[in-house]
Design a protein around this ligand. Structure first.
Ligand code: SAM
Length: 273
């Protein structure tokens, strides 16, 4: 049946994603630098700065920080930046991050990095192996900031993950996503970019990691991700308010996101009312 087919296809998809990330886990960080020419670091820095994690002037005594949930947190790139920003910019040593990922191998790389970092033993970072579509280990309305960087395009049911984000966030809490976009607005740049991504990335994967197929999958998953407008609509449909958009704009979400590097990646945010 139609439904039977869909179930099989989705099941295959989830296991395929698992195999890809188990296979790339050990050289994931190096490959990220090679494939994006190091630019992913600038995007992540900008993403975290724009969220300004941490509480500068806590209203409570003892001071209370934020509880951040970094979904698809992988090797911990976003979590490290969150804690560094909170500590060094906002002088907040309470804010903590729960790093969650479906893949134990990616999470294992993150655990290794944190064990060798100044955050080890501070109680400011913990780990949860979970599918973003079902966060039943995370209580309702318990999270101040939910982040997902280069993760959501791999989720089988993105709408389910958005509903879970909404459930776990406190009212006033923020959903923030950094993700590639399927297409650049400028057609000439888009053609050049597609030649780079479809030509060079699987080749780099083959030469450096002896794994062409996984990197081919990663490129294809970017192509299948919704446009910025469609994704903003999905965030709104999950119940979030889109910053900068009033109720009157809710049928026109144009510009309700931030494009990075001519639109190769974008930041989307939503606030739980
Ligand atoms: N956020 C990290 C970063 O920016 O470097 C890692 C991004 S990596 C490209 C994507 C991550 O999404 C992988 O670690 C993968 O295991 C995870 N992932 C894929 N599907 C998932 C799901 N359904 N739930 C949670 N994590 C998932």
């Amino acid at each position: 049946t139609h439904f039977g087919f869909e179930t099989v296809a989705e099941g295959l998809k989830a296991s395929r994603v698992g195999a890809v990330f188990s296979s790339v886990a050990s050289n994931y960080d190096t490959m990220n630098d090679l494939m994006s020419l190091g630019i992913h670091r600038l995007w992540k820095d900008h993403f975290v700065r724009s969220l300004d994690p941490g509480v500068r002037h806590p209203a409570t005594n003892p001071p209370q920080g934020q509880r951040i949930l970094d979904i698809a947190g992988g090797t911990g790139d976003i979590a490290f930046r969150m804690l560094d920003h909170s500590t060094n910019i906002n002088h907040d040593r309470q804010t903590s991050v729960l790093v969650s990922d479906i893949n134990p191998d990616m999470l294992g790389e993150g655990k290794k990095r944190f064990a060798a970092s100044p955050y080890h033993g501070t109680g400011r970072v913990d780990f949860l192996e979970a599918n973003a579509e079902n966060l039943d280990k995370v209580a309702d309305s318990s999270i101040d900031l939910y982040t997902v960087a280069f993760g959501i395009r791999n989720f089988t049911h993105k709408d389910k993950a958005l509903r879970e984000a909404y459930r776990v966030l406190k009212p006033g809490g923020v959903f923030a996503c950094l993700e590639f976009t399927p297409q650049l607005a400028n057609p000439v740049l888009n053609a050049l970019y597609k030649r780079w991504s479809f030509g060079a990335i699987p080749l780099i994967g083959q030469i450096v990691a002896a794994d062409r197929d996984s990197y081919q999958y990663l490129v294809e998953s970017i192509e299948r991700f919704p446009s910025q407008y469609e994704f903003a609509s999905m965030i709104r449909d999950a119940g979030f308010l889109i910053p900068g958009r009033t109720d009157a704009d809710s049928e026109n979400l144009e510009g309700g996101w931030e494009d990075l590097s001519m639109g190769i990646a974008a930041i989307h945010k939503g606030v739980k009312p």
